[in-house]
Design a protein around this ligand. Structure first.
Ligand SMILES: Nc1ncnc2c1ncn2[C@@H]1O[C@H](COP(=O)(O)OP(=O)(O)OP(=O)(O)O)[C@@H](O)[C@H]1O
Length: 809
């Protein structure tokens, strides 16, 4: 077996070539015999118990033997003979019962008998898994069994690697294991990837690969495949949905369900319990459980990636005395693989995971599966709990159910034949970690932010649950839940309808509004999904996130919110609901008095943030969201940003002084008694005003005279039949003055960068360029009136800055 995805193929030497040719001859003889023996198999009545009872090729037998597989499991004994004969199969068997070999063996054998081998043969079998980890695991089993003399080229395409490298190898592959997104990407982009001669399609975790999350990718993949092929579907929770069978064009499929008659849908060696635990006690209970089980291997399932990260990070800080690991879909490929291999190898460890680890993963010797957050449905429960008690080993599962989830979930489990028994938590042994969390969150802003995100994503995950008999958001005490995470209050969450979300001016739907389902985590390399930095990366880059944490009454408080909330709780159409986390701009950012509240909660910090110096504002203004930018475009808001201007007077040397400056005490005393000084000041002020009054009256008289003269002149001209459309200088001045007043500018604030600006009519006769600069690039007025300033709507941030400078400077 050669695996181009993992190891390179070496150039065959002459000796090797000869050996290969001899082997092929032997294989030809072998193949004929095998074909006859397979045709004689009696899958329905035959009592095959060991692999050696089946007509298998020598390389496969060797592979099985070297891996110490001798006795077949039930599903293997029933499914393999049927599959060898070319039947389509719907295989259902409990978790950990050996379904992987039930399809790996037929894949190797059927292609072997067809001699579908070598680069010219093209792709013979395609094995699809919903997650990368599971695909890797399947590929490992394939390699283990196929490495003893099989000549197939096998590859693994799961994303996270160079597309180009995979492309090179794809054209030579006979067997391919991969995730739907990446496979489809190659099918549509890699010319040399030819699936025309595909003989077998295998879907592991078939109910999952066929469900909504993968539907589009899978349907597109099937379009590329020949209709004449063998299809094998396996899962612990197999469905016989006719629509799925039609989609896959199965021909008279054999339904192999080996445990259908069993009393329980879960392994016999599995002990299953549940505890009733209010949301706000979950973390305390989990911590206390881990403390009491340090010499164990534990998998804890939580409903969202943020919750996984928060629990992992906070528990790690508290040094639990057992190695902790965490796994979720959007983790970097490298660390995901590292986590899986570390946990597989560990004797004692606790893994916090989303449902990305729920299916198929074969971690050896897991003692406990703790379902901290209630699973979406009974099938998810079965897969999660199936990470323990695999292949006849013992294991324990504990399900945490909030009081309101108990009845509904038990009903679902019973319907699926899952026996769970109630146990109680010893309250004396339960230690509260709330105080520690509060302390940690107080000291660590990033952890606090993570707690807030954990809270909001959890609430979202409950809100979008389909089964409203189990999940009723209003039944949870969210304020107490927030407190149990160490938060001072429940972050504000606003529920938006989808149409509302689309009403946003920029047409964007923020990250916070997009309700993440863990489905989307499972497989992230689809052609439509752009590879971005993980949210984890972004989160830790984000600074100043000292946010949220308002009181519960701020949550879901207005009528609309309650309406939406109620609709969802009443089992309304969930798909029509969107939610957004409302983030408050922290006090230190909000000193400008800008209206707070941003929905761009999860935007990358660097990408979304710009710092703008607004003229007249004492501090640079951080523009960290579209909303904030929009606010800055409002003239009113801009004025608020500006510092209050100071009145200055200038001495004869041109030095500025504040109007009221404190004098030196000695100088003050030297000028006489305060009352005398006041008198003198009043007299002086009176004299100045009187003088000014005389001047003003004279000026006014002169202006009136001049006005009168001009009017008379105009009338004379009119009487003589002359027309003059030019505007009176004084009238023009008035228009400008009014305009200026309309703009709300304050004459007293005429300072730019601390330099005084000359007052008086001169200002209104600036050159065009000066004028433009003063109004942020605004051109002359519509009617081309000289000097009249037309304010253009700012289009860009630069426009906005110039406008701000013009208005305030
Ligand atoms: N015939 C066999 N003899 C001994 N061990 C076996 C045999 N078949 C499978 N196993 C072992 O049983 C374990 C579970 O097998 P496998 O992962 O295929 O289970 P599964 O049915 O696919 O489980 P899940 O439903 O969780 O995906 C593996 O460790 C595998 O090596």
């Amino acid at each position: 077996m050669v695996a181009p995805g993992i190891t390179g193929r070496t150039r065959p030497t002459k000796v090797k070539k000869r050996a290969n040719a001899q082997k092929r001859k032997r294989d030809d003889v072998d193949v004929e015999k095998l074909e006859e023996a397979v045709a004689e198999l009696d899958p329905k009545n035959g009592s095959y118990s060991e692999f050696t009872d089946l007509p298998l090729s020598e390389p496969t037998k060797e592979g099985l033997q070297s891996s110490h597989y001798a006795v077949m499991t039930d599903i293997q004994a029933k499914a393999i003979p049927l599959a060898l004969q070319g039947h389509d199969i719907l295989g259902a068997a409990k978790t950990g019962s050996g379904k992987t070999l039930a399809f790996i063996v037929p894949v190797l054998e059927n292609l072997y008998r067809l001699q579908h081998v070598g680069a010219d043969a093209g792709l013979g079998a395609l094995i699809i898994s919903p997650t990368r980890e599971l695909a890797i695991q399947i590929f490992d089993v394939l390699r283990k069994i196929g490495r003893h003399g099989h000549m197939f080229a096998a590859g693994l395409v799961i994303g996270g690697k160079s597309l180009e490298d995979e492309r090179q190898a794809l054209s030579r592959m006979n067997i391919l294991v991969g995730t739907p997104g990446r496979i489809l990407q190659h099918m549509s982009e890699t010319v040399a990837f030819n699936t025309d001669d595909l003989k077998m399609l295998v879907l592991d975790e078939a109910d999952r690969t066929l469900d909504m999350g993968f539907q589009r990718d899978l349907d597109a993949i099937i379009e590329y495949l020949p209709k004449e092929r063998q299809t094998l579907l396996f899962s612990a929770t197999q469905s016989k949905k006719l629509s799925d069978l039609a989609r896959l064009s199965l021909s008279e499929p054999e339904y192999v369900s080996v445990h259908a008659e069993d009393k329980s849908a879960t392994p016999k060696t599995l002990q299953q319990n549940y505890i009733v635990c209010p949301l706000e006690e979950k973390l305390d209970t989990l911590w206390s459980f881990i403390q009491a089980s340090k010499k164990s291997k534990i998998v804890c399932f939580l409903s969202t990636a943020k919750m996984v990260k928060f629990v992992y990070e906070s528990f790690r800080h508290m040094q639990p005395g057992i190695p902790l690991l965490h796994l979720y879909g959007r983790q970097k490929q490298g660390s995901r693989l590292e986590v899986v291999s570390k946990f597989s190898a560990a004797k004692y460890s606790c893994l916090f995971a989303t449902d990305v680890a729920a299916r198929g993963l074969d971690f050896p010797a897991v003692d406990f599966v703790i379902q901290v957050d209630c699973p979406d449905d009974a099938d998810t429960y079965i897969h999660r709990v199936g990470r323990t008690a695999r292949y006849n080993r013992e294991g324990r599962g504990v399900l945490f159910l909030a009081p309101n989830e108990e009845e509904g979930m038990l009903k679902r489990l019973e319907a699926k034949k899952v026996p769970v028994e109630l146990i109680n938590v010893r309250q004396k042994k339960r230690k509260s970690i709330q105080e520690q969390l509060v302390h940690m969150l107080f000291k660590d802003t990033e952890l606090k932010y993570l707690a807030q995100k954990a809270f909001s994503t959890y609430v979202k995950s409950v809100h979008v649950q389909k089964d409203k008999e189990i999940f009723q958001l209003k039944e949870y005490d969210l304020e107490a839940f927030a407190a149990s995470l160490g938060l001072p209050g429940a972050p504000r969450i606003k529920f938006l309808r989808k149409d509302e979300a689309h009403k946003r001016p920029n047409g964007k739907v923020s990250d916070a509004e997009i309700v993440p389902s863990d489905d989307s985590e499972d497989e992230e390399d689809g052609p439509t999904k752009k590879k971005v930095r993980t949210k984890y990366d972004r989160m830790f880059e984000k600074q100043n996130q000292d946010v949220l944490a308002d009181h519960r009454r701020n949550m879901v408080k207005d009528e609309d919110d309650l309406h939406n909330f109620g609709a969802a709780a009443a089992g309304g159409d969930d798909d029509d609901d969107f939610m957004a986390v409302k983030r408050r701009i922290p006090a230190e950012e909000d000193e400008s008095g800008l209206e707070s509240g941003s929905e761009e909660d999860d935007e990358p910090a660097e990408a979304g943030r710009r710092t703008v110096k607004i003229a007249g504002a004492s501090q640079p203004i951080v523009i960290d969201s579209n909303r904030r930018e929009k606010l800055l475009k409002s003239k009113k808001k801009l004025l608020k940003l500006k510092d209050k201007g100071k009145k200055l007077v200038y001495d004869d040397e041109g030095n500025p002084h504040e109007i009221y400056e404190l004098q030196d005490e000695e100088d003050f005393k030297a000028k006489g008694l305060p009352e005398e000084q006041r008198q003198r000041f009043m007299e002086e002020a009176k004299r100045v005003v009187q003088e000014a009054d005389v001047d003003d009256k004279a000026a006014l008289k002169a202006r009136k005279k001049e006005k009168l003269r001009r009017r008379k002149e105009r009338e004379r001209a009119e009487a003589q039949g002359r027309t003059d459309t030019s505007m009176d200088l004084d009238e023009q001045e008035d228009v400008l003055a009014n305009f200026r007043a309309d703009m709300g500018s304050d004459d007293d604030d005429d300072e730019t960068d601390g330099k005084p600006v000359q007052k008086g009519p001169k200002k209104w006769f600036q050159s065009d360029s000066e004028d433009d600069a003063a109004v942020g690039g605004g051109k002359r007025g519509k009617h081309g009136k000289k000097g009249a300033r037309h304010i253009q709507e700012p289009q860009t941030l630069e426009d906005l800055e110039q406008l701000a400078a013009g208005l305030l400077g």
